[in-house]
Ligand binder design. Structure first.
Ligand SMILES: [Cu+2]
Length: 121
């Protein structure tokens, strides 16, 4: 009986964590505002983290990429819809700046294995 109780509690905790993770993923990370610019930091290591970020339309956005790995795969970040392609040297902050309209902007590595998204409202 006690074992069933423990399993149930673990299950509930697990579901709660999954829910937290899911809602965070859905909402996306918000910007840090500096002088009217919506600023984000994205760590590049295995994935983009955070992989979903959220901004307001018609105001400048600065996304600071910091690549902390040597994998060739993530050496470039590409915003296809904006014609932006930038090299990310290891351990160096590389800003990507633009003023978006409402919509969703995907960013990926050259081969599309790393995926991220800027949601603009
Ligand atoms: Cu890649």
């Amino acid at each position: 009986m006690q074992i069933i109780g423990s399993v149930l509690i673990l299950l509930i905790i697990g579901l709660f964590l999954a829910w937290l993770y899911w809602t965070k993923k859905q909402t996306g990370a918000s910007a840090k505002e500096t002088g009217g610019t919506q600023e984000f930091e994205i760590k590049v290591k295995g994935v983009y983290s955070p992989s979903v970020i959220k901004a307001k339309a018609g105001r400048p956005v600065r996304i600071n990429f910091l690549r902390q790995e040597d994998t060739e795969c993530s050496r470039f970040v590409v915003f296809d819809a904006l014609n932006i392609r930038k090299e990310l040297p290891r351990d160096q902050i590389v800003p990507v700046e633009f003023t978006p309209k409402a919509g969703e902007y995907k960013f990926t590595c050259d081969m599309g294995m790393y995926q991220g998204k800027l949601v603009v409202q």
